[in-house]
Design a binder for this molecule. Structure first.
Ligand code: GLN
Length: 515
């Protein structure tokens, strides 16, 4: 199809379904989209300056800075904020010829798992809405799209764009992908630049990719996985080269592309939690049997400390958030409270009150809760009992994962490798252990997409349980992918694969066999 036909297709689905799904906070002007599509089409027709993603419509979660459209983070605090620059990943995808179709809805600042915490209203799971278009959608209870990248997942699932970027701090790309029936990929921390991705919890935040196929995900990943000097946590070119060297030496390279013999798949015991329902366990077993039938060896593994992952995350992420969100004071950018403004500004003592009024009006309930929680755990007296302990447990979980994987962690091997080389000692230079697994297979979510009403009158702590399977990968920085694997009660549901830090390519390879 031509670029114009493709974007027109997406636009017509967007017009048809967005009113019910609420996937977009802002949509790019139609004439701008069509103009860009024509330019791409000319490049393709003339065969000069062709680009990899010429004319491909892409949506961005509304926490990626864009110069042309507002960047709200789903918050009243940034309702009218337009960034003076584009995020690095936005630039990279635009340079590859793609077109920004719009900015997608999200839980405020990425805090949430159901997309019910957006100042722009919830995102509804598009599944029934599009398969049941003739009938009256009010006749069944609406379900959530999942969060916090719910708008991105819903937009891809309903064909409003070819791909969408989301962000994954604790599962926000994988969870909505599972609920909506699309691929959600969280790369290794540090591979894709976070510059221009508005911070929630910086040591966890990762750019995430939502697509309909694993090949599409890999295509986008190849374009945005670049070193960026503007992001101090971007993996350096040297480490990237070292990581490729490890991949080159992988024992899996001996296999044909889709033959999984030689692949060692781990099933972590600790994922069998009491919240898991029988149908999800069945689905998980089906995934395991499938990989086995393709020649993989299945191994039961244990990461003892993973049972602390959820509570560790909910100590550390709010702590980072409480510090990161201090920038929204009503002075520099974003919302500014007008309550008694002239009086407050003329009186320095009351500047604090201006901040307080601004935050009171600008932030929603969940963001306030996280700031309070984070401020508490960072306060003298609770710091050692909560924050410091959580950091220690984070390290222990990391060690657990390093023990499980056959591939060594490049971040730990790097210096050892050069020391050994300088000493002409090659004996310790093996990048792969004899024992250990290449990937882990687990569920992504404890259930299919819940009904909106499931969230009424409920203790907010219960919502946090939904992140139990996705959070470990963020604590450790390893890559993880959610792949649709069947349906329950007519709603899609995914399985998750995880691999060692830097081993993103193995994930793609195995994910392709599961789709
Ligand atoms: N649900 C998690 C949270 O609220 C994950 C969010 C995310 O990945 N952005 O923190």
């Amino acid at each position: 199809v031509s670029a114009t036909t493709l974007v027109q297709d997406c636009l017509s689905r967007l017009k048809k379904y967005n009113a019910q799904v609420n996937a977009f906070i802002e949509i790019q002007k139609e004439e701008v989209i069509l103009q860009k599509a024509r330019e791409a089409e000319n490049r393709i027709n003339e065969g000069i300056n062709n680009k990899l993603l010429d004319g491909i419509p892409i949506a961005y979660k509304d926490n990626f800075c864009t110069q042309d459209l507002t960047t709200t983070c789903g918050s009243n605090m940034l309702r009218n904020f337009t960034s003076p620059f584009n995020a690095t990943v936005v630039e990279l995808l635009q340079d590859a010829g793609s077109i920004i179709i719009g900015k997608t809805n999200m839980d405020e600042y990425g805090m949430g798992s159901a997309n019910l915490y957006s100042a722009f209203g919830p995102v509804y799971n598009p599944h029934k809405i599009i398969s049941d278009q003739e009938s009256n959608i009010d006749k069944y209870e609406k379900r959530v799209a999942g969060g916090s990248s719910g708008g991105s997942a819903a937009a891809v699932a309903s064909g409003m764009c070819f791909a969408a970027l989301g962000s994954d701090t604790g599962g926000s790309v994988r969870l909505p992908a599972s609920y909506c029936g699309v691929i959600g990929f969280k790369p290794s921390y540090g591979l894709c630049s976070r510059w221009g991705l508005i911070t929630y919890a910086n040591s966890f935040d990762t750019v995430g990719i939502i697509t309909r196929t694993v090949d599409d995900s890999q295509l986008i990943f190849d374009i945005i996985s670049k070193y960026d000097e503007k992001d101090s946590t971007s993996l350096s070119p040297k480490l990237r080269a070292f990581n490729s060297l490890i991949s080159y030496n992988s024992p899996l390279n001996k296999n044909e592309p889709l033959d999984l013999s030689g692949l060692r798949v781990g099933v972590p015991k600790e994922y069998m939690v009491s919240e898991l329902s029988e149908p999800i366990i069945k689905l998980w077993k089906k995934g395991i049997s499938f990989l086995k039938s393709q020649g993989a060896t299945i191994i039961s593994v244990s990461c003892q400390n993973i049972k602390y992952a959820l509570s560790t995350y909910y100590i550390l992420a709010p702590a980072e958030a409480s510090s990161n969100l201090a920038r929204y004071d009503g002075i520099r950018y974003g919302h500014q409270s007008e309550k008694n403004l002239s009086q407050l500004i003329n009186n320095n003592e009351n500047t604090e009150l201006l901040y307080a009024n601004t935050r009171d009006e600008g932030f929603g309930i969940e963001v306030k809760r996280r700031i309070m929680l984070g401020t508490f755990t960072l306060t003298t007296g609770s710091y050692e009992n909560y924050y410091l302990r959580a950091q220690k447990i984070r390290k222990l979980i990391q060690l657990d994962f390093n023990k499980i994987f056959r591939r060594q962690n490049p971040l730990q091997q790097y210096f050892q490798y050069f020391i050994n080389q300088n000493n002409n000692n090659n004996s310790n230079n093996s990048f792969y252990k004899k024992e250990g697994v290449d990937v882990l297979i687990t569920p992504v979510t404890i259930s299919i997409s819940p009904k909106i009403s499931d969230y009424n009158n409920n203790n907010f702590l219960n919502f946090y349980v939904n992140d139990i399977f996705t959070i470990p990968a963020n604590l450790v920085g390893i890559p993880a992918i959610s792949i649709p694997f069947g349906k329950l009660h007519n709603y899609p549901i995914g399985l998750q694969l995880m691999s060692q830090y830097g081993d993103d390519l193995t994930l793609f390879k195995v994910a392709k066999t599961l789709e």
